[in-house]
Ligand binder design. Structure first.
Ligand code: DSN
Length: 426
């Protein structure tokens, strides 16, 4: 940091301030994590200087001898780790990756069926102000009004009614297991492609804590910076043809999906890949192939379950009553708070969460009824179940007494104790 300090003290100061914020607080946004120093070293490398439009062995620029090796290594690691036949590791992030999948499989105006953003989906799964809702005919499914669980019968009925060319499964705020096999059966019934967006859970899939979509989906997309714990980025993964059990009778999949996806990324959507990002993804994939990563993935879920149990014991309302994965969706309205107030309040004691709509929320996205919290980043820091009890009790105390300065200052001390016990980048 010393060169940066000399060259650009303003930015250097801000980076150091952000480092201190990450070190001194509880980072509980479920889509965030802390990468290793090795990943950050690759991100900050000379690979950022190189242009390499194209793919290994077929570039539009010279001088790509080493970049080709980097990208091939990254692709091989991705294929090995997820057990897939093809990996495109060039998407800049999750939204461009999903856009490329739309480009590869659909024509503008085709019907796509994805999870409603307001009920836990993603912008790119068919939100009306996103490309997915503007250039395609987007239909949504949601969760059951009472249980807040995915209702596969209702999804099947919806699919039969709207006849989508592509179904997207995957979520950003769903605390339970997603049944990819059931989605595959629905997709087959209506002759649709199935895309699994596993951005939130890909680290859990690797750790064996969530079923893999690889045998069921035609295309799998994951970002690389959430539970997978890499740099910002994304990958599009194509299962082995023989693994897609529907291949025997689904003629559409006989198309060269790998070629379509690669062409959709470049030249369809992107120019030169971010080679420093690709190398950092490779480093993260190597880390994710270790036994330690599996232990970490399992601990994420243990921590989330313990946190949920603690919050429920404190009388807090959780959507679906708990969690099977890394995240918790909390309804703060019974506490007389809005999600926005709860986010600000927790921020004031150095606990970072995000306001979030809950299913069938009567409130608006900028001030919804819920907050979303998760355990990946804390687990990376080494938090275990005992710590989660302390975290849960602190969160509950703050939310129940928002105006009590004594409670808030005790909470700040509890956060300090926890972060001191689990130092980050020290
Ligand atoms: N914005 C991400 C999340 O926080 O879940 C999804 O892309």
């Amino acid at each position: 940091m010393s060169i940066l300090q000399t060259e650009d003290p303003e930015i250097s100061k801000l980076i150091n301030a952000e480092l201190a914020r990450q070190q001194d607080g509880l980072e509980m946004i479920p889509s965030e994590n802390f990468t290793s120093r090795a990943v950050m070293e690759a991100m900050g490398s000379v690979l950022t200087n190189k242009y390499s439009e194209g793919y290994p062995g077929a570039r539009y620029y010279g001088g790509n001898k080493f970049i080709d090796e980097v990208e091939n290594l990254t692709r091989d690691r991705a294929k090995q780790l997820f057990g897939v036949a093809h990996a495109n590791v060039q998407p800049y992030s999750g939204s461009p990756a999903n856009l490329a999948i739309y480009f590869a499989l659909l024509d503008p105006g085709d019907t796509v069926l994805g999870m409603d953003l307001a009920q836990g989906g993603h912008l790119t799964h068919g939100y009306k102000f996103n490309f997915s809702g503007k250039f395609f005919h987007a239909e949504n499914y949601g969760v059951d009004q009472k249980t807040h669980l995915l209702d596969y019968d209702a999804i099947r009925e919806k699919a039969k009614a709207v006849k989508p060319k592509m179904i997207i499964c995957g979520a950003t705020a769903y605390p339970r297991i997603i049944d990819f096999q059931k989605f595959r059966a629905i997709a087959d019934e209506v002759g649709a492609y199935l895309v699994a967006d596993i951005s939130h859970i890909s680290g859990l899939v690797i750790a064996g804590e969530h079923p893999s979509p690889v045998h069921y989906a035609d295309v799998v997309m994951t970002t690389t910076h959430k539970t997978l714990r890499g740099p910002r980025g994304a990958m599009i993964l194509l299962p082995k043809v023989a693994d897609r059990y529907h291949d025997q009778y689904h003629p559409k999949t006989k198309r060269d999906l790998a070629g379509l996806v690669d062409a959709a990324i470049m030249p369809g959507l992107q120019g030169g890949p971010h080679n420093h990002q690709t190398a950092a993804i490779a480093v993260a994939l190597k880390e994710a192939a270790t036994p330690e990563f599996k232990t970490y993935g399992k601990q994420i879920v243990k921590n989330a379950k313990k946190l949920a149990e603690t919050l429920v014991a404190e009388g807090i309302t959780l959507i679906t009553g708990g969690t099977d994965n890394h995240l918790i969706l909390m309804d703060v309205s019974p506490l007389g708070l809005t999600g926005s107030q709860a986010e600000t309040l927790l921020d004031s004691v150095d606990i970072t969460v995000n306001k979030n709509l809950i299913p069938y929320d009567p409130r608006k996205p900028m001030d919804p009824s819920g907050i979303r919290l998760g355990t990946p980043a804390l687990t990376t820091r080494g938090f275990t179940e005992d710590d989660m009890v302390a975290v849960g009790k602190t969160i509950a105390a703050v939310l129940k007494a928002p105006d009590n300065e004594t409670v808030l200052s005790v909470a700040r001390m509890a956060v300090e104790k926890l972060t001191d016990a689990h130092p980050l980048y020290s």
